[in-house]
Design a protein around this ligand. Structure first.
Ligand code: NA7
Length: 544
């Protein structure tokens, strides 16, 4: 039965991915009235997607909600699940928690204005639905606004063209087609690796090589998985006590305090473990100290080069000198990425040497005058990350200023969850939180629990509005700007700092002090009676 959306809910959640579902679960448990508005037609958020090769880069069993009812009877198949498995997982979550009955699908929120008379949000959807929740919890993820560069002539292309974020649910045939991929971030790497062996010809348009890490994918043994479940409660607790939100931690030593032999031994070990072990558990200064980082890069470069036959390809994919420090752009996981570039039917176009001049009806014309003819063009060009999911909604607080206007020259939040002048609005897994440097579900639960506790505190004390103070906001911004744990991140033009979107203010967008430290800070704020927040205690007329 479709939910009509009209009503004075306690909480309206936007987005039905990991965080939205977690919020729904927790608020239901408290007996609050809560609904989810979701723009897509099914659960999963960013995972309701199926571009070829789409897969999670986080280790099993750490990438899932820690609620026992969701893992006790669920069996994962792969160490790094594909979008298909994640789809099955979300359907399973629905069967266990009966999520969908409280989700209004195909319902895109376009505006939310706060009404101070009644201390409620007036939320409008694309179809004109209106909801009036006391609290608005935005669970839109950090990558819900895709980015397509303004390529001249893009609309002229007569083949099939999709951004990876908007891949159609029906399969797009790549077999024996001439396929072009722009972008070599996480999505580009996955689609290149998947498409490579099938296509007639693959043309990769690369601006910056991805410093990929070996995935070490494997099928999971169901019996072993059952046995390991005894450890899950402590494992999930441990996730919240580490800097990364995974159960593994940084190596407790600066790089140059180890002998060259010790370094190589440690790196080989991490390389064999696969995935983010190499970055998360590397020497503890590699993301701060340029010389240490360069040593790590050299190890990486030499490993990768061994797999590439052609010297030109070697130099483009794993350059002698790094274009940026390793980890300053997100390292993606790969299984057979470099083998694709050894195929005779693969062209690697270096956009630094010859940029895209325009898109033609037949393909892509580069500055060197070559027209690369294509049947399918894949735009793996990323997202207006961390802020775009919020700024694309017309959210207006008490002074009538929109969130986009507020953040036009820099982001201001308190704790990466709230904003001054936007009372009763919370957002999860977004800007100014550990987001991009954390294991998603861990960050989502830490922040989610905080939001639930805060709203519970208000309900129990008859408080109808919460206002973060501008002073607290300024202080949080200062902390985000000055936490130097990942100093080298600021030296690359990445989405971590907003540098991938033309005109976006370039500044640190993530809290890089670690998941554990973040947890400690926000817990402390709650324990001290929500220091840095003011409450509106008066239940005004009509606001019950
Ligand atoms: P990313 O990681 O932002 O990658 C986008 C890619 O597109 C990247 O290689 C860019 O090159 C490239 N790009 C962007 N604009 C252009 C133009 N104008 N010309 C050529 N190439 C361009 O997005 P993904 O979807 O792969 O991944 C997003 C995150 O989602 C990922 O990190 C995971 O956390 C999940 P650049 O590096 O800027 O030179």
């Amino acid at each position: 039965e479709p939910f009509d959306g009209i009503g004075e809910l306690d909480v309206l959640v936007v987005g039905a991915g990991f965080s939205g579902i977690y919020q729904l679960y927790q608020f239901r448990k408290l007996g609050y009235s809560v609904k989810i508005f979701e723009a897509a037609s099914d659960l999963g958020g960013v995972w309701f997607n199926g571009y070829p090769g789409c897969r999670v880069d986080s280790d099993h069993p750490l990438y899932q909600l820690s609620l026992p009812e969701l893992w006790e009877d669920f069996t994962w198949k792969e160490r790094y699940p594909s979008w298909r498995e994640l789809y099955d997982y979300f359907q399973y979550v629905d069967r266990k928690l009966d999520v969908k009955k409280d989700v209004s699908f195909n319902t895109r929120v376009v505006a939310a204005h706060f009404d101070q008379e009644i201390d409620r949000w007036i939320v409008t959807t694309e179809d004109g639905l209106i909801a009036r929740p006391r609290f608005l919890v935005l669970c839109v993820g950090f990558a819900s606004k895709s980015y397509t560069p303004a390529f001249k002539g893009l609309e002229r292309f007569e083949g099939i063209c999709h951004h990876t974020a908007h891949w159609p649910r029906e399969d797009v045939e790549l077999t024996n087609k001439r396929v072009g991929v722009i972008g070599t971030g996480a999505s580009g790497v996955q689609i290149i690796q998947e498409a490579g062996p099938k296509v007639a010809h693959l043309t990769v348009f690369q601006r910056t090589p991805n410093m990929t890490l070996p995935m070490r994918q494997k099928d999971l043994d169901a019996t072993l998985q059952e046995q390991q479940k005894a450890l899950y409660p402590s494992l999930f607790r441990r996730n919240k006590q580490t800097g990364s939100g995974f159960s593994f931690e940084r190596y407790p030593k600066p790089l140059f305090s180890a002998t060259p032999e010790e370094r190589v031994l440690h790196w080989e070990d991490l390389w064999a473990q696969g995935g983010f072990h190499f970055t998360v558990s590397n020497f503890n200064d590699y993301s701060m100290n340029e010389d240490a980082n360069r040593e790590v890069y050299n190890f990486w470069r030499d490993k990768v080069r061994k797999r590439i036959h052609d010297p030109r390809m070697q130099e483009l994919l794993a350059p002698t000198t790094p274009p940026h420090p390793l980890g300053a752009k997100r390292c993606s996981l790969e299984q057979s990425y470099y083998e694709v570039f050894n195929q005779p039917n693969v062209t690697l176009v270096d956009l630094n040497e010859t940029d895209i001049s325009e898109v033609t009806s037949k393909g892509i014309l580069t500055k060197d005058g070559i027209e690369h003819e294509l049947d399918v063009l894949v735009l793996a060009t990323g997202f207006d990350s961390l802020t775009g999911g919020l700024t694309q909604i017309d959210i207006r607080g008490v002074d009538g200023v929109s969130i986009a206007e507020k953040w036009a020259n820099g982001v201001y939040t308190n704790l990466g969850m709230t904003c001054a002048n936007f009372p009763n609005m919370f957002f999860i897994y977004g800007v100014h939180a550990p987001t991009a440097f954390s294991n998603g579900p861990t960050c989502i639960e830490i922040q989610g629990d905080w939001v639930v506790q805060c709203i519970k505190h208000m309900k129990e004390n008859g408080l109808t509005a919460i206002y973060p103070t501008p002073e607290a906001e300024a202080e949080w911004r200062g902390l985000v700007m000055n936490t130097g744990y990942r100093a080298l991140v600021n030296s690359a033009k990445s989405w971590y700092v907003g540098a991938n979107i033309p005109g976006k203010t370039i500044e640190p967008l993530n809290y890089t002090g670690g998941v554990n430290k973040y947890f400690e800070i926000i817990e402390g704020i709650a324990e001290r009676g929500y220091e840095g927040f003011q409450f509106n205690p008066i239940l005004k007329k009509g606001s019950q």
